[in-house]
Design a binder for this molecule. Sequence first.
Ligand code: MRU
Length: 359
Amino acid sequence: MELEAIRYSRGCLQILNQLLLPHQSLYEEIGSVNQGGEAIRAMKVRGAPAIAIVGCLSLAVELYAKGNVEQTVSNLEKFVLDSLCYLVSARPTAVNMARAAQDLGHFVCQEAKREGTTAESLRESVISWAEAMLDKDLKDNRSIGEHGACHLLQQVGQGNVTVLTHCNTGSLATAGYGTALGVIRSLHTMGRLERVYCTETRPYNQGARLTAYELVYEQIPATLITDSMAAVAMKEKKISAVFVGADRVVANGDTANKVGTYQLAIAAKHHGIPFYVAAPSTSCDLSLEHGGQIIIEERPSQELTDINGVRVAAPAIGVWNPAFDVTPHDLITGGIVTEFGVCAPAELQAVLTQAVKKV
Ligand code: MRU
């Protein structure tokens, strides 16, 4: 059975508390927007697509619980818009929640204006909108997996491939299957994956705690390395490609992802190894022209100075802890893999605009 970060049935949302992994698998009930926002802020759930899905489903379960008693169209509309505003503030770099808020916000305003809309029908349509995100993300991830794997295999020809990845982009970060880890999963299913190297991903250890857990769970041949071993692994371990996820890909292809991604892209270029970003279109933000415009979340210093609550850094040292960095588009040499296929960073804008026209 595939790992599930999010369990949902109408009126009931549970998330796997990722703070407790890999030692404990505990599902926690999320019954309201406040609980959803808190879980995202505390990183019980993380990963750009999962943040948006849990945020919107927390709204769906609260709306479901509220029922229709004493509801009007306008107070429901206001509740949805206020809730979305609150959810967007939880984590600023990943664009998925902001995009979902914009789309759902627009949808709710249109629906509220439509003749014949009742509080009951509005509530129902917002819940259905949020529920559709789960299926769409899973479907998109399977396409990303297929496109990314086929693209790499076409480049290498015969033989198996060895891939390096960073952070966690798997079932735990999405509705299921994963993005960069989805590509790795597809390569494994095709029988073409020799091995995956996953980085520890300091300071929060999403690689060591979560990706390593998923890879062992799925019985995918995998080796854990520290972030500082990546360049030497590229030199000595016959790495065929690097696949990472994204928190925000902007119009020119510059990509914000977990801190450490940028240095991997530089090292990959030095070694002539193709560097791919795998992300659904929901992680793309064409409203920003270049990566310098992306807001980078800074996290508490204890994530760097402490391990498991025990201080390892010298007392009183200053700390800088950006959670993400931006990889310039010219370092994304393999391509950007979305549910629509693989494209060069310079083609992204056209690919996405074309896809929107088709819908
Ligand atoms: O701080 P996190 O754990 O939310 O960061 C996650 C990442 O950077 C992932 O690579 C990204 O969100 C893509 S997840 C499919």
